[in-house]
Design a protein around this ligand. Structure first.
Ligand code: G3I
Length: 451
């Protein structure tokens, strides 16, 4: 789709926002065995960067749809993709991602409006006054098109230099418009879509350092002067040269204390195995410890399409298998794993004791029957178990073996006699003889509890 209009909203014509909200509500009611549902249980979103050209790949889309509650177009909303020549807006690839996200009840982060990179050459050739007009027109063009459909926009991206100076980065905007371009972009953005959260987004600002101090000073200044800013994005691209900072949580918190939300916007951590998993845990725990940390986004679904694919920095490997890092994130979010998926919360080694109780009738005669309950330990060894057997009102138990019953009305609570200790996955059983007294109905066996 190609558009040259300003202010024509997709949502107004398609009525998609309400539908998306309804589906989102359905998502959050699901069991917390995916990243998105577990994060929802913590009041957060869990998102991923998405590339439109992978949406046709079944495994990619299945993993995306199952696990994530928010998407960020990885490249499709950038200036070179959306306004390659002045005044001609091309939204085809970005629309595909937004449409897909909405069909799945996912939120969308907008990335990014004003950035020195992936900037078409025509922008750099403009003089100052024309550049200001073009910058504002670009913001209005994108935000107008997606008005009401984007929960947070990265209004300005990476405007500060790396290193110790805390200076602004050279760019056509900085060089021709000066420091004020950032403020102007935020003011234009607020007017274009008042419902969207407006974020400043950067990298190497994850710990307390000269660069994050410079961003902090800018946000503090914006808040004191009423410049509209709602959130700060911390990209969080980590590897051995740039590890998760020890003051990560503290840094998120000091920004939150300025009165803005914080979001982890492009998380990836190079590495593998338990070391990578431990680093991911640190990041998730830091976000959960900061009440204004509203969500996390990893920078891609699968290692094979990562911008740093050689560093295998994501949660799913190239075959879409969950990595230890995935299980660590799910666990840190309070989620529970899929049965039989090694390493998930609830699997061997996580310390969760469990058992099951199943009933069978082993003998039957006109006035009575024998019942048997088989107790099976879960993934961990157990030293005791408890379950209940509830008899139909007329029936009574005349004897019970291989268990210790306590009776209360027609409910027997049964504990082990000699057979409390069970290896992981091992079974034992207790049996009992019942007088039917005119009722042939089966007893009900309750939940098994292990210790
Ligand atoms: O689409 C073209 C394709 O037609 C061409 O054949 C191919 C040849 O190289 O290039 C393709 O474009 C590439 C594009 O990704 C899509 O794959 C660009 O060369 C490549 O430079 C671009 O890289 C993106 C990078 O931003 C550009 O700066 C990465 O995918 C994207 O993950 C990365 O994301 C950035 C965030 O926006 C901002 N923060 C840092 C982050 C990581 O660099």
């Amino acid at each position: 789709m190609s558009m040259t209009v300003r202010g024509l909203t997709r949502a107004a014509t398609a009525g998609l926002v309400a539908a998306a909200a309804l589906t989102a509500a359905a998502h959050s009611a699901e069991a917390a065995d995916t990243l998105g549902s577990a994060a929802a249980g913590q009041g957060r979103y869990f998102g991923t960067a998405v590339a439109a050209n992978h949406l046709g790949e079944a495994d990619y889309t299945a993993t995306l749809d199952r696990e994530f509650s928010s998407v960020t177009p990885e490249n499709e909303m950038k200036w070179d993709a959306t306004e390659p020549s002045r005044g001609t807006f091309t939204f085809g690839s970005a629309d595909r991602i937004v449409d897909h996200a909405q069909s799945q009840g996912m939120d969308v982060r907008g990335h990014t409006l004003v950035w020195h990179s992936q900037l078409p050459s025509w922008v750099g050739s403009l003089g100052a006054s024309d550049l200001r007009i073009a910058m504002n027109a670009h913001i209005n063009g994108l935000m107008g098109h997606y008005k009401g459909e984007i929960h947070s926009w990265d209004v300005v991206n990476e405007a500060f230099q790396d290193g110790g100076s805390g200076a602004r980065r050279s760019s056509p905007f900085q060089d021709k418009l000066g420091n004020g371009f950032i403020e102007e972009a935020f003011r234009t953005a607020r007017a274009a879509d008042p419902a969207a959260k407006l974020c400043y987004n950067d990298y190497n600002t994850d710990g307390v350092n000269a660069k994050s101090n410079a961003v902090y000073d800018m946000v503090e200044d914006f808040k004191s002067r009423g410049v509209p800013i709602d959130c700060v994005g911390f990209q969080s691209h980590f590897n051995s040269n740039s590890p998760v900072p020890s003051d990560y949580r503290q840094n998120l918190q000091r920004f939150a204390d300025l009165g803005v939300d914080v979001q982890i916007t492009e998380l990836d951590i190079e590495g593998s195995g338990s070391a990578q998993a431990a680093d991911y845990t640190k990041v998730v725990e830091a976000c959960l410890a900061v009440s204004r940390c509203t969500g996390m986004t990893v920078w891609g679904v699968t290692d094979k399409y990562s911008w740093r694919s050689g560093g295998t920095p994501l949660l799913f490997d190239g075959n879409y298998q969950e990595k230890p890092a995935h299980d660590a994130v799910l666990s840190a979010l309070g989620g529970s794993g899929d049965p039989g998926d090694p390493g998930d919360p609830g699997d061997p080694g996580d310390g969760t004791l469990s058992c099951t109780a199943t009933y069978t009738r082993t003998a039957d005669w006109s006035s009575g029957y024998n019942g048997q309950v088989t107790i099976t330990a879960g993934d961990e060894p157990i030293s005791s178990w408890t379950t209940t057997v509830t008899l139909p009102a007329q029936q009574s138990v005349s004897s019970l073996w291989n268990g210790t019953p306590t009776r209360s009305g027609n409910v027997m609570t049964v504990r082990p006699s000699w057979n409390g200790t069970l290896a992981a996955g091992a079974s034992t059983s207790f049996g009992f003889t019942v007088a039917k007294n005119g009722s042939d109905a089966a007893p009900a066996v309750g939940t098994c509890t292990a210790s």
